[in-house]
Design a protein around this ligand. Structure first.
Ligand code: UTP
Length: 291
């Protein structure tokens, strides 16, 4: 079955980027001149997704404004002949059919996904974590790679990356066996493993494609770590029963939920930016000599 729908959970509190996230959703933090959520929606669209549900919460209405028309601003830009800027302002409004729902309490990523049950219905769907920006080669958007694996193997697909031995202790560790280049069968997982429990350095990062059966599992999943309903607890059940497919996607992931990730994304995107890339490179080279 084709994957047409995507869910972007963006209702978290973003405590790792306080105080900025007190009034700016982390999903709206800019990477040069576009907010993180723009890159994520664009990736979904390039992956063949047509319908998107963004899970928001109190204080996140700027997310909705970004994908909405701005008639006064548009008129002003047109009247002053700033056609290129006008097109930039219009672009986010034309990307996809985007809907919103509010998660009324911050009860975890699993609970946020459960809020999408009616929107999704009885189809497989992609989940793009709202604070994980993945910059990929133009013809290989990360979600598109996962969608292809779903259509081929018919099981839930998780985006995976190898992390360091230190990081794996804070993430989920997967039991993987290779199926084809960068594609694995996932048969078990341990969340936040003790050193002797580590199954591999592969962890789930940023993206997944799930079958609708996940909703029944999530609705029976008791609150886990931090009193929140954890999506990884439901994935654990999938891994142990039907099994899952893991795709080590080509793109590079930037964690916009932490300060270092935000800086890495800004620097690397700025270096490739058509308007400021050249000047920024020169600036960075000079700065590096002083470090
Ligand atoms: P995180 O755990 O990284 O987000 O969730 P957080 O809770 O905002 O992070 P910190 O620890 O407080 O800094 C991954 C994604 O799931 C969303 C977040 O917005 C983020 O995009 N999320 C998380 C929800 O939508 N609802 C939740 O209840 C929790």
């Amino acid at each position: 079955m084709k994957v047409r729908k995507a869910v972007i959970p963006a209702a978290g509190l973003g405590t790792r980027v306080l105080p900025a996230t007190k009034s700016i959703p982390k999903e709206m933090l800019p990477i040069v001149d576009r907010p993180a959520i723009h890159y994520i929606v664009e990736e979904a669209v390039r992956s063949g997704i047509t319908d998107i549900l963004i899970i928001t919460s109190r204080g996140k209405s700027s997310l909705e404004d970004y994908f909405d028309r701005a008639p006064e601003l548009e008129a002003r830009l047109l009247a002053s002949g700033k056609d290129a800027l006008y097109r930039d302002v219009l672009a986010p409004t034309e990307l996809a059919n985007i809907q919103y729902i509010r998660q009324k309490e911050t009860k975890g990523l699993g609970h946020a996904v459960l809020c999408a049950r009616e929107f999704v219905g009885n189809e497989p769907f992609a989940v793009l974590y709202g604070d994980d920006v993945i910059i990929s080669p133009p013809d290989s958007p990360a979600t598109g790679e996962l969608v292809r694996a779903y259509e081929k193997y018919g099981k839930a697909v998780v985006g995976i990356k190898e992390v360091t031995p230190q990081q794996i202790l804070r993430y989920s560790s997967l039991a993987v066996s290779p199926l084809e280049e960068r594609v694995f069968s996932v048969t078990d997982m341990v969340e936040k493993p003790a050193p002797h429990e580590v199954l591999s350095l592969y962890s789930i990062l940023g993206r997944c494609v799930l079958p609708p059966e996940i909703f029944d599992i999530l609705s029976q999943t008791p609150p886990g770590a931090g009193g929140e309903i954890q999506l990884t607890d439901a994935m654990y059940i999938l891994a142990r029963t039907t099994g899952m497919t893991g795709v080590d996607y080509l793109g590079k992931r930037y964690d916009m939920g932490n300060k270092l990730g935000i800086m890495e994304a800004s620097v690397e995107v700025a270096l490739r930016h058509p308007e400021i890339g050249g000047e920024f490179r020169e600036y960075l080279k000079k700065l590096a000599q002083t470090l």
